[in-house]
Design a protein around this ligand. Structure first.
Ligand SMILES: [Cu+2]
Length: 427
């Protein structure tokens, strides 16, 4: 199945939907209206949720350094909130109820405005009853272009999504038995939603891979493509990294740049066909090597001022914990009264994540990126969401330089819904 960028309602700057005009920093104005939409999924027409009549939502674009002004107008029969995943926004723009703002009631609007200091591949999604609203389509890409664009013929946004459908191929209104206690609501329909319908052999393309699925970890094989990973969770790698397969947990992103060698095919772990785009025509392949993207600015970590441990507990067959929900962090299920970490702005915190459950979890920190530390304590990748496999542990290091109350939760949204969330406070 393919997905193309759709027109959306906006202001005079709505033309930026097809790519920003490369001028000095400017304002990108958008209007997003979440509401019920009809969409055709795998040939079946059905009632889902979307933004501006589009399923999923339209691609929002800005250029590094721009200001984004986004009016969220709630067309749902329920509350609405949108979180700008991976972007360093001011706390009050983060879209999290209880911590940063009230839920927007039906028929009401909220104006989000923030600068985008980092180039990269980000996304936006509902942060209200998100396991349900995101699973129905309330998500979309948010792309921040570099001031100097890399040498590619086209950038292609590729969203890896899954949906649980019933026998008629319609969104299953029943939650699956294991949704809240095991691996989550794993769809029986897995797909790629692509922003292009054609590629040429020999083209150099940038694939912006995003996993907006609520619970599924994708283990991706890309055929018809020779390239390298250039960014993770929006943040450029110091040097391009070759890859065989790409593992993307819910919320994570990965940018790869490479050359098309045949039809582009995306396959899941068991060889399942997720989608493809046929190669038509060709051009001479570049001889230039794939270059690293220009780095975003990251604060330098200091000696940690705080060291916290976060133990993930619960799930089917899991060890008991003191919380009321299925899942818990440090014996508390749901947002605790006190933050996991409280530091002054600019302090570095080290957090040990221990997954004592029989299931994988992906911990996402709002408002910041962090370094994954390897076994010897050295800094590895700089991400906003880290996958901690069942029974494993990982330390992360974070410069907490964005003041406010920041959610830190499992981005398997069924797990989050059932207790797997905490928060950090930066004063
Ligand atoms: Cu989880």
């Amino acid at each position: 199945m393919t997905w193309t960028r759709r027109r959306f309602v906006g202001t005079a700057l709505a033309a930026s939907a097809v790519g920003p005009v490369l001028t000095e920093a400017s304002e990108q104005k958008y209007m997003l209206r979440p509401a019920p939409v009809r969409a055709r999924i795998a040939g079946v027409e059905q009632e889902l949720l979307g933004f501006n009549g589009s399923w999923p939502g339209p691609e929002l674009r800005a250029r590094q350094g721009d200001t984004m002004r986004i009016r969220l107008e709630n067309g749902l029969n329920d509350g609405a909130l949108v979180h700008w995943h991976g972007l360093r926004v001011p706390n009050r723009m983060d879209g999290v109820n209880v911590l940063t703002q009230d839920v927007i009631p039906p028929g009401r609007a909220f104006d989000y405005h923030f600068d985008v200091p980092d180039a990269g591949t980000y996304w936006y999604h509902s942060h209200y009853i998100s396991y349900d609203q995101v699973s129905r389509g309330l998500f979309g890409p948010l792309i921040v272009d570099e001031r100097e664009l890399p040498d590619v013929d086209q950038g292609i946004t590729v969203q890896l999504f899954d949906m649980l459908v019933d026998r008629d191929g319609v969104f299953d209104e029943n939650d699956s038995p294991g949704q809240f206690t095991a691996a989550g609501r794993i769809g029986n329909l897995a797909m790629v939603l692509m922003s292009t319908q054609s590629v040429r052999i020999g083209e150099r393309v940038r694939l912006r891979l995003i996993n907006p699925s609520i619970d599924r970890v994708f283990d991706l094989d890309i055929q018809g493509f020779e390239g390298a990973v250039v960014a993770l969770d929006g943040m450029p790698l110091a040097a391009p990294r070759s890859f065989d397969r790409i593992v993307l947990a819910p919320g994570q992103r990965c940018d790869v740049i490479g050359d098309v060698t045949a039809d582009l095919r995306f396959q899941g772990a068991d060889g399942t066909d997720l989608g493809s785009v046929a190669a038509r025509g060709q051009r001479a392949r570049r001889t230039t090597p794939i270059a690293a993207l220009p780095p975003n600015t990251a604060a330098r970590p200091q000696e940690p001022a705080a060291h916290a441990t976060l133990v993930m507990q619960g799930g089917m067959g899991g060890q008991p914990h003191g919380g009321f929900g299925t899942w818990a962090l440090n014996d508390v299920s749901g947002l605790p009264a006190k933050p996991l970490v409280k530091v002054r702005r600019g302090a570095t915190a080290r957090i040990t994540l221990r997954n004592q459950t029989s299931f994988d979890h992906v911990m996402h920190l709002h408002g910041h990126h962090f370094w994954e530390l390897n076994a010897s304590g050295h800094r590895g990748d700089y991400r906003d969401s880290t996958l901690v496999r069942a029974g494993e542990a990982r330390d992360i290091l974070c410069v907490l330089d964005n003041p406010g109350s920041w959610m830190f939760h499992c981005h398997m949204l069924s797990h989050q819904a059932d207790g797997m969330a905490t928060w950090l406070q930066v004063t």
